[in-house]
Design a protein. Structure first.
Length: 317
């Protein structure tokens, strides 16, 4: 079994800070594929990195290890790999896996002689844009509290086959159908990662500190009410704590205030509606409970730097 510290809550899942990306990502296998990108791809949204004990220079892949807007899924396929994310150390043995979420800086993995592993890195906007919804609050809490687990017999092999298939498809010419195939394979990989938590993990709040439980309960509240409730005061009252204390908890575990978490979720949801539906600006403003389209446009411009109409036009250009 993986050895790690269970005490500290893992920092926040990427659902609250999802920068929009128009282009589909590149995939990189560290030990065999050079650092090269297609001219039509401007952002690294999904990557695969292959770790071995003879890899010494991680400088070209620093963005993946310190990717504050990405989720990272490690698989140890052979030997022992030690990961340190902020102040928490995880020791993975063969068949162990670990989810490291955004806002955590990962030091360079330490691989024992003969060890091998894979890192699957993704920005959660890809998951939301493909599957059309966010992970449930219950699922997010499970991943926060139980980041490491041992893969069942055959499951590791299945995951590696999916990663290898993603790499093969990504190496083909970027046609419409190849990109759609890659999107669905990516969704399958993310579902495989999350299925363990849905099916195997039972969240037990009695094993964690009160502050950690407050933060987990805030996540559940915000996902259930963010469409209609935009103020920090609402969530603080629901938790029976002050807004100041709630903000201090959020800054400790996700690096930003409760207000920024709420705004970030509204922002990413608005982008999902603008690019994934035919709802009008008025309808989106109503769905997110803004007083009127003008208030929604002001909010969106502040977050994105352009109006909702400009953002939609740019996406479908």
């Amino acid at each position: 079994m993986p050895t790690h510290a269970w005490v500290s809550l893992r920092p926040m899942h990427g659902c609250f800070h999802l920068p929009f990306v128009t282009y589909f990502p590149t995939l990189i296998e560290l030990s065999s594929i050079p650092m090269a990108h297609s001219p039509s791809i401007t952002s690294r949204q999904i990557n695969i990195i292959h770790f071995t004990d003879d890899v010494r220079d991680y400088s070209k892949f620093e963005y993946a290890l310190s990717a504050y807007s990405y989720s990272r899924f490690f698989i140890c396929t052979r030997g022992t790999i030690t990961l340190t994310a902020d102040n928490t150390t995880y020791t993975l043995h063969e068949r162990d896996a670990c989810n490291i979420f955004i806002y955590q800086n990962i030091q360079h993995p330490k691989c024992s002689p003969g060890s091998e592993g894979y890192l699957f890195v993704w920005n959660d906007v890809i998951d939301v844009s493909i599957r059309g919804h966010y992970p449930s609050p219950d699922l997010i809490k499970k991943v926060f509290f139980y980041p490491c687990f041992t893969l069942k017999e055959g499951h590791m092999e299945d995951l590696i086959q999916i990663l290898e298939l993603m790499g093969r498809v990504a190496s083909r010419p970027q046609t419409k159908y190849n990109i759609e195939i890659l999107q669905h394979i990516t969704a399958a990989m993310i579902c495989e990662v999350l299925s363990h938590y849905e099916e195997e993990v039972v969240y037990d709040p009695s094993k964690f500190t009160r502050k950690e439980v407050y933060y987990a309960d805030f996540l559940e509240l915000i996902f259930n009410h963010y469409h209609e409730e935009h103020t920090v005061d609402f969530y603080a009252r629901k938790l029976c704590i002050t807004t100041r204390y709630l903000n201090s908890i959020c800054k400790e575990y996700c690096g930003e205030t409760a207000a920024k978490s709420i705004s970030g979720l509204l922002h990413s949801t608005a982008k999902m509606y603008l690019t994934g539906s035919n709802l009008s600006i008025q309808q989106i403003a109503d769905a997110l409970h803004f007083a009127n389209p003008s208030f929604f446009s002001q909010f969106f411009r502040r977050m994105e730097g352009c109006t909702p109409s400009e953002f939609r036009s740019r996406h479908f250009r």
